[in-house]
Design a protein around this ligand. Structure first.
Ligand SMILES: NC(=O)c1ccc[n+]([C@@H]2O[C@H](COP(=O)([O-])OP(=O)(O)OC[C@H]3O[C@@H](n4cnc5c(N)ncnc54)[C@H](OP(=O)(O)O)[C@@H]3O)[C@@H](O)[C@H]2O)c1
Length: 270
């Protein structure tokens, strides 16, 4: 079958796990060489080996997205070792479940620091390079939580709404520059980030490869926004446009908030 990204050079943040891992592997299957950016060296190496087994180049880069200078160096390393860069997937992020009334400001700031400002560190590290060469794709993993607030995710929802707004403006301002901006809005996906959340049968967690395929589609077809899965997410946003009471009701009856299980949450904002 024809590969969609033959010869492309891609960087993925949060490539050591979940959606980022799935995207990095999917990109390699589509013919791309991939720079893997995350903090956990062992897990980055495991993904890199999977990519090498597919016959593609993998560059292992340890970096924290909250460190602006570190991310600039990571982007430069990706460009140097891959021989250029065509796609940057801003994906790394953390999650916190906590009712708004119980949140502490330091928890909210932590989520914003990683999910919003960390993502922007990546944008500002790669954008000058893409603008200079008048091409490139920046695709971000936002969330359906960036379209419709779902309890008990207030801190996370705030960061994802901020991300959504920023990327929508960036996309419009970069029109005609040759640089594509894509936003992916996944519903709940089966990754370590939400292993401690059980979802009802009516709204099961999705396979992270669904998101990876959406990222590829966004890059190849220059798609601006993709919701995953498409039908149920569109239904929710249409309902929200008609009436917030209707979309609040859909959140409630479909139990989109999920329930807490016994598994220890990872990436908890301390
Ligand atoms: N799972 C879902 O249901 C879902 C739904 C919608 C959107 N999302 C979004 O999808 C993205 C990926 O989430 P996931 O579900 O795949 O979670 P995950 O499995 O926990 O992966 C998160 C990734 O982000 C990296 N990361 C976290 N903090 C970082 C930091 N400060 N610097 C660099 N890397 C960092 C982690 O790697 P290291 O620990 O190695 O650094 C890991 O690779 C996130 O933005 C998340 O908000 C997830």
């Amino acid at each position: 079958m024809k590969q969609k990204l033959t010869g492309k050079k891609v960087a993925v943040t949060g490539a050591s796990s979940g959606i980022g891992r799935a995207t990095a592997i999917r990109m390699a299957k589509e013919g791309a060489d991939v720079a893997l950016i995350a903090r956990n060296r062992e897990r980055i190496h495991e993904v890199a080996e999977e990519i090498r087994a597919l016959g593609r180049k993998a560059v292992e880069i340890e970096a924290d997205i909250t460190d602006a200078e570190g991310i600039k160096a990571a982007v430069q390393k990706a460009i140097d070792e891959l021989g250029g860069l065509d796609v940057f997937h801003c994906n790394a992020g953390i999650y916190l479940r906590c009712p708004a009334k119980d949140l502490r400001m330091d928890q909210i700031r932590k989520i914003m620091e990683v999910d919003y400002f960390g993502c922007l560190n990546c944008v500002y590290a790669v954008l000058p390079y893409f603008l200079e060469k008048k091409s490139g794709s920046i695709v971000t993993t936002c969330s359906m939580d960036g379209k419709k607030g779902v309890p008990p995710d207030a801190a996370y929802v705030g960061a994802k709404f901020a991300m959504n707004g920023f990327f929508q403006v960036l996309r419009q301002e970069l029109r005609g520059s040759g640089v594509h901006v894509g936003i992916i809005y996944p519903s709940r996906m089966d990754t370590p980030q939400i292993a401690h959340v059980d979802c009802p049968k009516i709204t099961p967690k999705g396979d992270p490869d669904m998101v990876a395929k959406a990222v590829v589609k966004s890059v190849v077809k220059k798609k601006k926004e993709i919701m995953v899965p498409s039908f149920s997410c569109h239904l929710l946003t249409w309902a929200d446009a008609i009436s917030p009471s209707l979309s609040d009701w859909l959140v409630r009856v479909n139990r989109l908030d999920g329930t807490e299980n016994e598994i220890e949450p990872i990436n908890e904002a301390k």
